[in-house]
Design a binder for this molecule. Sequence first.
Ligand code: FUB
Ligand code: ZN
Length: 659
Amino acid sequence: MRSLFLLILAGPMAWAQPGADSWRAEGVIHVDHSPHVKLHSVPIRAVRLDDGFWAARRRINVERSIPSMLVELEQHGVMDNFRRLTSHTNAPRRGPVYTDSDIYKWMEAVAYVLQSDDKPELRATFDRLTNEILAAQEPSGYLNTYYVDERKDKRFTEMYRSHELYCLGHLLQAAIAYYRATGNRKLMDGGIRYVNYLIENFGESKRPALTGHPEFEMALVELYRTTGERKYLDFAGYFLSGVERARLHLTDEQVQYLFSGIPFTSRARFEGHAVRAMYASSGATDYYAETGDPAYWQTLERLWKDLVSRKMYITGGVGSREAGESIGLPYELPNAQAYGESCAAIGNMMWNWRMLAVTGEARFADVMERALYNGINSGMSLSGTLYCYRNPLESAGESIRNEWYDTTCCPPNLERILASLPGYFYSTSPRGVYVNLYDNSHLDWHLESGTGLKIDQKTRYPWSDRVEVTVTPAAAAEFSLFLRVPGWSRSTEFTVNGTAAAGAVEPGRYFEIRRQWRAGDRVEVKFDMQPQLIRANPLVREDTGRVAVARGPLVYCIESADQPGLGSLFDAELADPSKPFHEEFRASLLGGVTVLRHIGMVSEEPLDEEPLYAALTKSAPPEYEPAELVFIPYYAWANRGQDAMEVWVPLHQAGNGTR
Ligand code: FUB
Ligand code: ZN
């Protein structure tokens, strides 16, 4: 089998022949034939995460999160919404307009798990759900559980809110992932029937359509990549062209908020609903990868810059406002009020993954890593059964994690991103292989020349600053190994078989080691993982006088559970930034984390007993005394009860109220 698909893949990449099992070689996004990408994906099945940071999270996902979420989805009637359409019961439809998408996202997560390991029971569940879902599909191809019965007349008449195409997009993504897991096209063929119906009836010379909640664009491009049928790419282009504004009578506020309805290429800034903006940008990047339209690229660069230099949290989270789940103004990055929906951080990773494929530039992988380790990782509890919808950067101890939300978009989204994680670790190009993420892992794949290639990473990353990479080509071959130098590592060292590797090492770039590689060649990487104090741009007024602590890819926070002597977390400040942090790995804490200890200054009197306003004089209270502060990784907060938490900690000004 393996030699068969090596043969298929050898040489210039060609469209899969009918009957070939080329689906086995397709990655999270299948960009092998995309003319405007520099990097190609490696399929999930080619990467095994060995015992380590992400293997532990992924195991919990497979063993706890995915099974318990199906129980929740069933209990909340998500599958019954389909069943009621075929069993002719009078049971009411339950859940919001978009809840069909929740089961689809869950199925996508299952499909990624099956790409790693065949689990017959899970496969049988997927097949059963597929049958139940497709039984509710109408002969025309239409499939949606909300616009039925008395709401049937409203189909496609309120697309700014209907999520009809959003749900279909998620169905297609689940179906494509399952096809890539098993070669089974049943759900995908059902999705295609619906898409074909849409293409026949909607478009510039037909009825007008709008995605309303972008997401369908990504799915359409992936369908094009999977089937080779150009009409799906063109249909994505139709939605991104935003030509229907007038015919759909969309207001300025709507097109701004929905991130659809005007040409994507006319967008000047990142705005509106955070998840919509992320998914639209992901879809537009997919579209660019196929078409190379320079107007798309200019827009994507403009939006990316706006995001990372003005609108993104240090955690990779996005979305400052609860109102409209929206992005907010430049530098509007409140901490306690931060919305930071898990789905938006996931969208950030998905978008940057696509930007990385297009450019091969490590700055995009840096953002992926930031979002993954922090703003995404915080979204799922260590137990795997509780989820954050919002991911604030400060909390007075409100309840933040729940098993279920009526709008439960985030939990299955977290499940699908964790399940698909092996697919993000490596990429290939005609020049060689890229290591995008670091963790204990094993790659069993091949170079684009067809030469088999295995790579082993041995590391305790992100706790350890060292990674040992063993490269094993099937036969000695000249190619490049590109290792990402994270932007946070101010000095990084590489040795090959014990000798320092030549070449300039720049943070935020890939380091290229080109040589004749032989089986067992060993590269050792040493990052600068010393804890760093980070300041925000002074225009982020909420962070004035405050610092955040980061170590490697992890953002840290203080949580009240770790400061037993402290009355209130908010009485504490960080002292003397010139002093080093004390690092300590605690195996029994929060699944095993490196904690950081540093001197703090704590108000002698509780600050909430101080007057609201007082004249600023040198001798004025409050007085502060030293106390140790213990920092834990941000992702691990809110796992021990409802504790207060703070990422941006005030920096104590020496001489100001200090004894
Ligand atoms: O509208 C569908 C999903 O629900 C969005 O992506 C989330 O932001 C939530 O509103
Ligand atoms: Zn969500």
